[in-house]
Design a protein around this ligand. Structure first.
Ligand code: 5GP
Ligand code: MG
Ligand code: MG
Length: 187
């Protein structure tokens, strides 16, 4: 039994992802090199876990790492509206630079909720580093905080993707690439 058999098409290969993650890490190194306090890299669980792990191993400047969880999706493929924070940070981010690491920006609901939450905790800047961005599906615009920057791995066409952290009902996260499922598996 292989997960690969459920994939109709690979959108981003392991090699493409690895190369792009290195580029993003180098850009973060450059942008935060002169920052006095170490930035806090905040992974959005669960989807960003592989991206975060690969990204921080390629970042050379000192960073702190923490996780947060926001839930908006059930087990289906359509967002069920306003997300809530269901697991919060351990690190105090008051006066710190935060780099929020996301799997994907889709409607923008999760990101705008997370940014508002981190802003209320007093982050001095909030940057966003997302592996994928699906601009075609944006409903809510988000604003970065302070001198925050926006980093994006790839623009993603409007398909429901799985792999490299992306799930369907918690499955497929461990595929090393991002792909599109055979439609009969989620219809
Ligand atoms: P939002 O709509 O709030 O921007 O995105 C919320 C979450 O929906 C993402 O963090 C991700 O967990 C999930 N999501 C959005 N698009 C996809 C997709 O194509 N595949 C999977 N597996 N999850 C997605
Ligand atoms: Mg996410
Ligand atoms: Mg999910």
């Amino acid at each position: 039994m292989s997960l690969d058999a459920d994939i109709e098409r690979v959108l981003f290969t392991e090699e493409q992802i690895s190369k792009r993650v290195s580029e993003l890490a180098s850009q973060i190194d450059v942008d935060f090199n002169t920052t006095t306090a170490s930035p806090v890299v905040v992974g959005v669980a669960t989807g960003a876990f592989l991206f975060l792990a690969d990204l921080v191993r390629k970042i050379k400047i000192p960073v702190l790492v923490d996780f947060i969880r926001a839930e908006s999706y059930g087990s289906g493929t359509v967002s069920n509206g306003a997300p809530r924070i269901s697991f919060d940070l351990k690190i105090d981010i008051q006066g710190k630079h935060v780099i929020l690491v996301e799997d994907i920006v889709d409607t923008g609901n999760t990101l705008s909720c997370l940014i508002a939450h981190l802003k209320s905790k007093g982050a001095s800047s909030i940057s966003v580093c997302t592996l994928l961005d699906k601009p075609a599906r944006r409903k809510v615009n988000f604003e970065l905080v302070g001198k925050g920057k926006y980093y994006c791995g790839f623009e993603c066409p409007d398909y429901f993707v799985v792999g490299y952290g992306f799930d369907l009902a918690e499955l497929y996260r461990n595929l090393p690439y991002v792909g599109v499922l055979k439609p009969e598996l989620y219809k």
